[in-house]
Design a protein around this ligand. Sequence first.
Ligand code: ZN
Length: 231
Amino acid sequence: MLGENQLGCSTTVAAWSQSPQESWTHQNPVVTPCGFDSLPGLEALHSDGCALNFCSNCGSPVVSKIPAGDHLPRFVCTNCGVIHYKNPLLVLGCVPQWEDKILLCRRAIEPRLGFWTVPAGFMENGETMQNAAARECREEAMAEVAIGSLLAVVNVTHAYQVHVMFRARLLAPEFGAGSESLEVGLYTEAQIPWPDLAFPSGEFTLRKFFADRAAGREDYHFTELTRPLRS
Ligand code: ZN
């Protein structure tokens, strides 16, 4: 799920952050400027929750300062010295396909309650990206999928998130509204409720999905959303 209380950032303590970050590269990514500035919604995911007042290690107040050897301000505990890093969250989703239709969910929760989305939500610790995408589909649409090729990577930089979307195949035309969905259904391309999609990353994903499908290919696509949109 994309929870209303889930912040667009994650906190790790210093001890967890010493291993090198794995970088994600490819020789020929398809990079596309995103043109969805007029669509509202994403800043609801953003939240101002990246503030931190107290240390989760010892409960003492933290201060914001640049640690020695670092180059960005961090929340540092005034008592135990633990550095609380804030790093982006991964959101995983998929476009489940059955015959010529795809599965969409109408959201039963904020943000963007009542609007439509592909099944997607925050990755949990210990999951692979594919497992996270399949789990979100199970939770939101009560549907089992086989996750396929990588479809879209949306850098939602203002919300401190990266949305990663896969193609997927429904194992059976069986689905239902999970607790986070008002309704779930299979729709042809012509039936997609474009003006009522919940998130620009979802619209980007679906437009690339249908364009690739029409062209008989399975490319993957990068884009960036750099600023909050009107709610
Ligand atoms: Zn502390």
